[in-house]
Write a protein that binds this ligand. Structure first.
Ligand code: HEM
Ligand code: SF4
Ligand code: SF4
Length: 520
């Protein structure tokens, strides 16, 4: 089911990729977009609060006055509503997407666990907003909510009865509602901050273009379909024919149908179940990265590149002349291997058997990587040799991108041999491996493939790869490597055919170089 959902997201993303260039695709920016929508809701909320009358008798008229002023207060009211609705859609899509990618595993449990109460607070914020309009929908929501709370017996008496007679609802109670509608969203903001606080450099703002287009879209919707109210609340009647907000009020018809007890059971049950999803993956957690002090010179690159803040530079403990050493926190490490790609000692240009590096992964050591790449390159070279002067390329791919074996078998060119090697994340690949493959004349070209543009499963791996290739980040790819012999293909598993075509075209375009021409 998870894989199925993930594929659906890949297809939706592909559609959006056609309209937005990869870097701006909103589906890959759902968390930051939800943050941005929060700011729109907060800004428009502050504006409409200026004109809002917090009394039972005046609230409805003050909202109606705003609605009639279509150009400013009216737009602000509509923006407030539609940005809130959009926030529900975006937050739920974000939840589903993170789930489908399994991005709750290991140290990521914290972001997942703190995401769950966000949903509750988002709903509380929206529902409390609907009360303030004090129209017939507010009446329906207020009575429904109170019946729901009454079932718990926390008030000592039946509070819902307060709503059955016009005499029992006071301005004081109404001021309390206003207070709730301000306090709950503030608490929501606090949880949102908590949600990302353990992430290194969390991206809480979408790109400028996405912000501007979101505002324009929301303003257009506000102008075309301005938010309106129902008739004024009348507690002596039962409201019928309500125009529902299915984003926030979806639970109420269900509540009417099944009653408060089962609704509480369903709400709490689903919350607990969703919260403990990360527990199910704890057993198969891969072993954390480890540091070999005799090879670590304290350069700090691994700590700078680790997307999960799992590495701390501490004072040297082994008496070597360096000031610091890298220390891994195994609980925060998700075994992405990006630190291995960052370590300057991680190079295949060595002859020692052990191939020890400063920081390594138990599940895929640098030595294994070197041995494997040598093996697959030799096979591809032999195949290319067998057809005369054929071309050979090696594809380094990450565990979350296209299936490498399928890619290899999809390329059926007689004069092009493909070797493939998988790594946990493309950021794990030290740039010296690209140098190793090309400069020694082993391969005619190298392809590095990983998750779609800006969609790196491990957050920053893809950025570091680009920066290392473009010599913007150490360890960088040496200038002697001809860049025309290197191709990056950012693709999801569903892009297999496209990636295979690109790899085949790249392979065919490569002039063959022989071992003797190699630089290394
Ligand atoms: C208003 C609602 C929410 C907002 C504003 C929000 C915001 C964010 C942001 C800004 C990020 C960081 C993106 C990055 O830098 O890569 C993030 C990541 C994440 N969020 Fe949310 N989020 C919300 C709701 C949720 C919910 C409901 C869940 C799930 C229960 C959730 C689960 C996650 C997970 C698992 C990550 C990934 C952490 C990682 O990459 O290690 N979020 N969220
Ligand atoms: S493998 Fe390295 S980069 Fe990845 S989380 Fe662990 S320490 Fe950080
Ligand atoms: S990148 Fe390598 S050498 Fe540098 S601090 Fe980390 S483990 Fe040590």
């Amino acid at each position: 089911m998870q894989q199925y959902l993930r594929n659906i997201f890949h297809h939706i993303e592909a559609l959006f990729d056609k309209a937005f260039d990869g870097a701006l695709n909103p589906i890959r920016r759902l968390g930051p977009l939800a943050f941005f929508l929060y700011w729109i809701v907060a800004g428009s909320g502050i504006y409409i609060y200026i004109f809002f009358d917090t009394s039972v008798s005046g609230a409805y008229e003050s909202v109606e006055w705003m609605t009639r002023q279509w150009y400013l207060a009216g737009i602000m009211r509509s923006l407030h509503r539609y940005a809130s609705d959009a926030m529900v859609v975006v937050a739920m899509m974000h939840l589903l997407r993170e789930f489908s990618y399994g991005r709750y595993r290991g140290a990521r449990w914290f972001a997942w666990f703190t995401g769950v109460p966000i949903i509750w607070f988002l709903f509380f914020s929206g529902v409390s907003g609907y009360w303030l309009v004090w129209d017939q929908l507010a009446q329906y929501v207020a009575i429904g909510s109170m019946e729901w709370l009454d079932w718990l017996g926390i008030f000592g008496k039946q509070v819902a009865n307060n709503f059955l007679s016009p005499a029992t609802i006071t301005d004081r109670f109404f001021t309390l509602l206003v207070f709730i509608h301000i306090f709950v969203p503030l608490f929501l903001l606090f949880i949102m901050w908590f949600h990302v606080m353990r992430l290194k450099s969390p991206r809480i703002n979408p790109p400028k273009e996405l912000m501007i287009s979101s505002i324009i879209a929301l303003v257009i919707i506000s102008l075309v379909y301005p938010a309106t109210s129902h008739d004024k609340a009348d507690l002596s009647t039962v409201a019928l024919n309500l125009n529902f907000d299915w984003f926030y009020l979806i639970a109420y018809p269900l509540f009417d149908a099944i009653g408060p007890g089962p609704m509480w059971a369903a709400g709490i049950g689903v919350t607990v179940l969703v919260s403990i999803i990360p527990l199910f993956s704890m057993r198969n957690r891969p072993a954390a990265a480890f540091v070999s002090l005799e090879k670590c010179n304290g350069c700090t690159r691994c700590a700078a590149d680790c997307p999960y803040d799992a590495i701390e530079m501490k004072p040297r403990s082994d008496g070597l002349k360096f000031d610091t050493e890298a220390v891994v926190d195994p609980d925060a490490c998700v075994s992405c291997g990006i630190c291995v790609g960052a370590c300057p000692v991680s190079t295949p240009f060595r002859h020692d058997e052990e191939m020890q590096t400063g920081i390594d992964l138990p599940s895929q050591s640098l030595k294994n990587m070197r041995d494997e790449v040598v093996k697959v390159m030799k096979t591809a070279r032999d195949e290319a040799g067998a057809v005369g002067n054929g071309t050979a390329v090696v594809v380094f791919g990450c565990a979350n991108g296209i299936n490498l074996e399928k890619l290899k078998s999809s390329i059926n060119l007689p004069d092009c041999s493909v070797a493939v090697m998988g790594v946990a994340c493309t950021g794990m690949l030290p740039p010296s491996f690209i140098d190793f493959a090309i400069s020694r004349g082993e391969m005619d070209g190298v392809v590095v493939t990983g998750c779609r543009e800006n969609g790196c499963y491990h957050r920053f791996g893809q950025f570091w790869v680009e920066d290392r290739i473009n010599q913007l980040r150490d360890p960088n790819l040496r200038a002697r490597v001809p860049r025309e012999r290197l191709r990056t293909i950012w693709a999801a598993p569903t892009d297999l055919a496209k990636a295979a075509d690109e790899t085949a075209a790249f392979c065919e375009s490569l002039p063959s170089i022989t071992k003797d021409d190699g630089v290394g």
